[in-house]
Design a protein around this ligand. Sequence first.
Ligand SMILES: Nc1ncnc2c1ncn2[C@@H]1O[C@H](COP(=O)(O)OP(=O)(O)O)[C@@H](O)[C@H]1O
Ligand SMILES: [Mg+2]
Length: 361
Amino acid sequence: MAMLTLFRVPETGGWVEVGMIRGPIMADSPVSINLPVASNAAPAGPSAQEQKQMEQAYAQMKRKMAMEEIGRKIKHKIMVLSGKGGVGKSTVSTGLALSLAQQGFTVGILDIDITGPNVPKMMGLDGRRLHVENGRIHPAQGHLGVKVISMAFLLEDEDTPVVWRGPIKLGAIQQFIGDVEWGELDYLVIDFPPGTSDEPLTVAQSLPDIDGMVIVTTPQQVALLDSRKSITFSESLKVPVLGVVENMSGFTVNGTAAPGTEVSIAAPGGKTLTTTADDGGKFSVTLDIFKEGGGKETAQEFGVPFLGALPFDPGFVRGGDDGVHRIVSEPEGASAVAFAKVVEAIQEQLSDGADGGLEII
Ligand SMILES: Nc1ncnc2c1ncn2[C@@H]1O[C@H](COP(=O)(O)OP(=O)(O)O)[C@@H](O)[C@H]1O
Ligand SMILES: [Mg+2]
C-alpha cells in the first residue's frame, strides 16, 4: 500500500500536498491524483529575496573555501600592528618582508591601510594599479621579488583621500584576502592602519591560522601606552603576540679619529657619551634620541617577547621618498643587520608553535 502525501510539481520545482487521491491504492496499481495546479499557473520559483540569499550564501561559501586554500598555501601569516600612527609600522612590515626575502624565502605583503598606504612607495611600486586576470587579483612584484597587494592600487591618485563607509571597507578587505592569487608563500606580512580598529578583526576572521602579531612601538611614552592597548587587543582577536619591536631606538653616529683617541659626543638630554677609536681609527656611538629601553619594558610587563630594536636611520625616510628601501640600498648596513635579528627572533617564536585564531566566518 503506497502512502502519498507530497508530490513534486514539475513547472514550479516545488512540492505540494496531494489534494485528493481517487480510488483504492494497491501496490503496483496506477494511481490518479488531482493536483491543484492550473495549466496556466505562473511558475512560482524562489522569491527574489530567496534567490539573493542563496547567491550570497554561495558567494560566502566560495570565498571561505578560497580563504582556506590561501591559508594552506601560505605557511606563515604575520600581522604588524601599532596603537599609534607614524611609529614605523609600514617601515617594519616592508623591512621584515625584505629581510626574509634576503634569506631566500618567498614573501608577500598585504597592505590594508587605505588612508595612508605607503607600502607601494617603499617597495618601488608607486603608481601601480590592480592587475586582474580571470577574476583573480595578481600581486605586483617589488624589490627582491616580494609580492605586494595594496589598497593604494585602487586609488585614482594618491592625493585623493579614500572615504569608505565601514562595511564597504571591510568587504574590500575580505575580497583582497579571498581573491588574490598569492601562489605558494613562506611568509605573508600584513600591514595595518594605526590603532585597534575593525581591520585587524576582519583579517583575523577571514584568514585562517594567523601565526601572530608583531607590535611596533617607539621608545616614547605615548607610543608605549598605545602599544599596551594593542597587546590587550590581541587577546580579543585570539591572535598571539609574537613580540614587541622598538623602532627609532637610537641613532648611531659613525666617525674616524686617530686610533686609540678618546672621543666624546654631546648626546640629547645633556649627556656626554665617550668612546675610543679602534685600531683602524673608526668609532661609533649610539645616541638614544627618545627614551631608552621602553619597548623591552612593555614586553616584560605583558610577558611577551621583545623581538629587538631598530635604529633611527634617516635612510628609511629617503627610501620612502625615492622608492629604494634601506635594506635594498644598504643590504649589509646597520639597519639590515638589525632587521635580520628581529626576523630571527620572530622565527624563534614561530617554531615555538604559537597558534590561535578566531573561527573563520
Ligand atoms: N627607524 C627609522 N628611522 C628613521 N625614520 C623612520 C624609521 N622608521 C620609520 N621612519 C620614518 O617615519 C615615518 C613614518 O613611518 P611609517 O613606517 O610610514 O609609519 P606607520 O606605518 O606606523 O604610520 C616615515 O617617514 C618613515 O620613513
Ligand atoms: Mg603605515
